[in-house]
Structures are given as C-alpha cells and as structure tokens.
Write a protein that binds this ligand. Structure first.
Ligand code: NAD
Length: 261
C-alpha cells in the first residue's frame, strides 16, 4: 500500500484504461477521484468498489473535459475533500476517424479539447497543490500516435503530439519541486474507444470488421496482440513510486513494438 495518504485524480476513468489506472492506484491505498461519462449505476458501482479497495475514499466527479471551469473545480474539490492532489492522470480521450477533407471541424475541436487542452487546464490547477507539498506525479495517456501518424486520424495525432510537448514543458518547470511529468503511450488497447472506431474505419477504408482488426489495428503491432489496460496501469504505478523519481519529461511506450518499426 505505498500510496496510502496520496490522492489521485484520473480523468476519463469510468471505463477502459482510466478505470484500470484507478483500480491500480486504489489497490495501493490511494484515495481516488474518478471522472467521465456513462451509466450512473455502473459508475457508482465502480466508485464503491474503489472506496472499499483503497480504504481511503473514492469520489466521482462528472466534470466535462471540454469545460475549463469544471476541470478546475474538480481539482480543487479533490484537494478540499480528500486532502490534496498528489497524482494527476490525464486520460480522457475520444477518437474520430475520417480523411481531413471529410473531417467535421466540430469533431476536431472536441478531440483537441478533450485529449489535449483539458490536460493543460488540469495541470494548471493541480501543480500549485503539488508544489505546496513538494511532491507530485502527473501522467498523461498519450498514444503511439504521439510518435507516429496513421491516415484518417489528423485531429487525434495532432492532439497527442501536443500532449507530449505540454508534458516536456511542465516537466522542466516543476523539476525542482519533487514533481514528475510523463506520458505513457500505448499501442492498441482493447477498450470501448477502439471498438467504437471499427465501423468508421470499415467505412473510411472499405474493409470488413475482421480486416480492420487484423490488417489495420494489429498490423501495426508486431506482437499481434492488444495491449491490456492493466499493463498500461502497471507502468503508471511504477511512475508513482520512488524508483521513478528521476523519470520526468519522458514519453514511455507500451505498444507491443509498434513504434520500433
Ligand atoms: P474509453 O472510451 O474506454 O475511455 C475514455 C474515457 O474518457 C471514458 O471514461 C469517457 O467517459 C471519458 N470521456 C470522454 N469524453 C469526456 C469528456 N468530455 N469529459 C470527461 N470524460 C470524458 O477509452 P480508452 O481506450 O480507455 O482511452 C483512454 C485514453 O487512452 C484516451 O486518451 C485514449 O486516446 C488513450 N489511448 C487509447 C488507446 C487504445 O487503444 N484504447 C491507445 C492509445 C491511447
């Protein structure tokens, strides 16, 4: 239970990778704030499970990552209710797949706001709480698409590359305050986000579901296997520990070899 006494805010944690982060941190005794959308009963069940596992409290905050004032209120609320914001994981994300000349501008704006700009606002609100304690961990879920591009993902690739630049900058600004700031860049992880883009990719590329799974998604991943949310969360847990205190400004891949190609 090495995170006893710490509080973590994890954006976009009602499903997929975010929920796996919350479970991993709670299992080490952290109080957690989960966030995101979804079925109210399922969210409450997840919150109750996290509270009982951590023994240190778990809250749900419905802040919309497109709304800066809601992001700030979530961070300050966590500090007020749970004693601080020691760990911030920027994880909320959405995807849309289309060639640039058919890409709806409002989808692009939403992807940039949720996948990138929300992390800027959350870091701006969280860093003062971390500086006050002389300790902090900021982790953002970037993507293999923060390092390489794929067709039809202009907004996502743009946002994820930006997230890496934000990470490097805030890492430099906080380096003498006991705060580390890093990105984790997964390859394809089997979550609702990946499942949801299969129909659009089928349409954009004129492929069957099996062809998208094997020839588009797993084609990029030399291991020919999806990464699991738990494998991503295990790296986040490592980054929260003392052994990782010299790792800052980094973008760490968990991508089955994708970006080695
Ligand atoms: P997911 O769809 O399971 O989870 C996304 C989470 O973000 C959900 O909790 C959802 O409610 C939340 N969310 C969406 N819009 C929001 C908003 N406006 N405000 C607050 N919360 C919002 O997807 P996932 O695959 O677990 O993705 C999590 C992160 O991992 C994303 O940033 C994604 O880009 C990144 N990622 C995923 C993969 C993958 O293959 N699944 C690969 C690389 C990176």
């Amino acid at each position: 239970m090495f995170l006893k006494g710490k509080t973590a805010v994890i954006t976009g944690s009602t499903s997929g990778i975010g929920l796996a982060y919350a479970r991993a941190l709670a299992a080490e005794g952290a109080a957690v704030v989960i966030n995101g959308f979804g079925d109210a009963d399922a969210i409450e069940a997840a919150r109750a499970e996290l509270a009982s596992v951590s023994g240190a409290g778990a809250l749900y905050d419905a802040a919309d990552m497109t709304k800066p004032e809601e992001i700030g209120a979530m961070i300050d609320g966590a500090a007020r209710e749970l004693g601080g914001v020691d760990i911030l994981i920027n994880n909320a994300g959405i995807q849309h797949v289309a060639p640039i000349d058919e890409f709806p501008a409002e989808k692009m704006e939403a992807i940039v706001a949720i996948n990138m700009t929300s992390a800027w606002y959350a870091m701006q609100a969280a860093v003062p709480h971390m500086k006050a304690k002389g300790w902090g961990r900021i982790i953002s879920t970037a993507s293999a698409h923060s390092l390489v591009a794929s067709p039809n993902k202009s907004a996502y690739v743009m946002a994820k590359h930006g997230l890496v630049g934000l990470t490097k900058t805030v890492a430099l600004e906080t380096a003498t305050h006991g705060i580390t700031v890093n990105c984790i860049s997964p390859g394809y992880v089997w979550t609702p986000l990946v499942e949801a883009q299969i129909p659009d990719t089928m349409k954009a590329r004129g492929l069957t579901r099996d062809q998208v799974m094997n020839d588009v998604l797993l084609a990029a991943q030399p291991t020919k296997a999806f990464v699991t949310p738990e494998q991503v969360a295990a790296l986040a847990l490592f980054l929260c520990g003392d052994a990782a205190k010299a790792i800052t400004g980094a973008n760490l891949s968990v991508d089955g070899g994708w970006t080695a190609m």
